[in-house]
Write a protein that binds this ligand. Structure first.
Ligand code: NAP
Length: 262
């Protein structure tokens, strides 16, 4: 029994090569904070973005202050050919792709009855299909090293649902199911797959929400405040590290207690 356990544990201790992490949607908000946290923990970084050119170069400069190598890769992660381009760019970094964070995401809320087909499709493509496209390409190098961690950013909507978010909730619920299924598929290869579920975090994603709606959320958050991107990033960095070597298939909720119910 002991020797069996030792053999499995070896996979997390033999990796001496440089650590590489890929973060989708690293230009703003939570993705930006994750990039900085992973740079702090010594990862060379592939920083993906789509539109925010100035912002991604600022993130790159901040990450480089930790002495790590970084490349910036523009790609719409919902498009197969662009994800191919992203993984080609990734080859410019030397080391082992040990961490992938599926963070890029969008919302396009509205009642289902009035929702345009495009609003459904776009949200499913950017949030859910993108993770399929990225994971499919990421697991091959991880399998060859018998080591890796994939973290996907989901949402409370994907657990309990939210009116006006049938598309967003379906995409995030799909990501949770995908993450758990992939965790089972990849466990024999020493690859862990987890999801992080932020509550309400003040980023551009929620800046269209009315102040009174945001204030009404506060009464349901036992800690009485919204989350900071850095608080989500700290948990992601933990799940990317070997300190979480025995955690897979989990959804880590970071929401100030919101989803405990009342
Ligand atoms: P944000 O500030 O709006 O940032 C979204 C990021 O996604 C940007 O970097 C954006 O890149 C990128 N992105 C969007 N579409 C993309 C595409 N097709 N290809 C590549 N990148 C794309 O949002 P956030 O709040 O940080 O959200 C990050 C993740 O956390 C999302 O998955 C979101 O669903 C989830 N989340 C957020 C909250 C919250 O309260 N904020 C709560 C729960 C879950 P460009 O700007 O370069 O286009």
């Amino acid at each position: 029994f002991t020797s069996l356990n030792t053999r499995r544990r070896l996979t997390v201790t033999v990796n001496k090569t440089a650590k590489i992490a890929l973060i989708t949607g690293a230009s703003r908000g939570i993705g930006r904070a994750i990039a900085i946290e992973l740079a702090r923990s010594g990862h060379h970084l592939c920083l993906n973005y789509l539109n925010s050119e100035n912002e991604i170069h600022n993130v790159q400069a901040e990450c480089q202050t930790f002495g790590v190598q970084t490349i910036v890769a523009k790609a719409d992660v919902s498009q197969s050919a662009e994800v191919d381009h992203l993984f080609n760019e990734l080859k410019k970094l030397h080391g082992h792709l040990c961490a992938v964070v599926n963070n890029a995401g969008i919302r396009s809320d509205g009642p289902l009855m009035l929702m345009k087909d495009d609003d459904w499709d776009k949200v499913m493509e950017v949030n859910l299909r993108s993770s399929f496209l990225v994971c499919k390409r990421a697991v091959r190098p991880m399998i060859s090293k018998r080591h890796g961690s994939i973290v996907t950013i989901v949402s409370p909507s994907g657990i309990s649902g939210r009116e006006g978010q049938t598309n967003y909730a379906a995409s995030k619920g799909g990501l949770i199911a995908m993450s758990r299924s992939l965790a089972r598929e990849m466990a024999p290869f020493g690859i862990r797959v987890n999801a992080v579920c932020p509550g309400v975090v003040q980023t551009d994603m929620i800046k269209d929400l009315k102040q009174e709606l945001l204030e009404s959320f506060l009464q349901y958050i036992p800690l009485g405040r919204f989350g900071e991107p850095a608080e989500i990033a700290a948990a992601v960095a933990f799940l990317c590290s070997d300190r979480s070597a025995y955690i897979t298939g989990q959804v880590l909720i970071i929401d100030g207690g919101l989803t405990m119910g009342h």
